[in-house]
Design a protein around this ligand. Structure first.
Ligand code: HEC
Length: 110
């Protein structure tokens, strides 16, 4: 099974190059955004937060989103309502944060 998947993956990369691997990253980020419950506070579209004081994230640049999410997770950023988000960041790996941030950055702002 693994060998088949690996072979398939390698073939897809060989055929499609970067385009296919980018689509895969974006899809994972969107799934993680939902499964890690980011959507419950920031909105399914990342721009309709459940509280007016919670930030709209859609379209923000990925580097910034990565840095903020890591700082909130590491409790380096503790301003405002940040504490409410900390528990939801605990299970995120660096790869998860990157994938989610790239997905958010690609969402339309309006
Ligand atoms: C319980 C609600 C809640 C959940 C769940 C939540 N957040 Fe947040 N998030 C917030 C709040 C509130 C802030 C703003 C904190 C402040 O007042 O500065 C914030 C801030 C952020 C910021 C910084 C935005 C900026 O403009 O600086 C990012 C990035 C972010 N969240 C990403 C995520 C991601 C990714 C997830 C899922 C892993 C997530 N959040 C889950 C409430 C939440």
């Amino acid at each position: 099974m693994n060998t088949v998947l690996k072979t398939l993956g390698i073939s897809l990369v060989a055929i499609g190059g970067l385009a296919i691997s980018n689509v895969t990253v974006a899809a994972d980020g969107g799934a993680l955004y939902t499964s890690k419950l980011c959507a419950t506070c920031h909105g399914a579209d990342a721009k309709t937060p459940i509280q007016p004081i919670y930030p709209k994230l859609a379209g923000q640049n990925a580097e910034y989103l990565i840095a903020q999410t890591k700082d909130i997770k590491d409790k380096k950023r503790t301003n405002g309502q940040t504490g409410t988000m900390v528990p939801f960041t605990m299970s995120l790996t660096d790869d998860d944060i990157k994938a989610i941030s790239e997905w958010i950055a690609a969402q339309p702002t309006q």
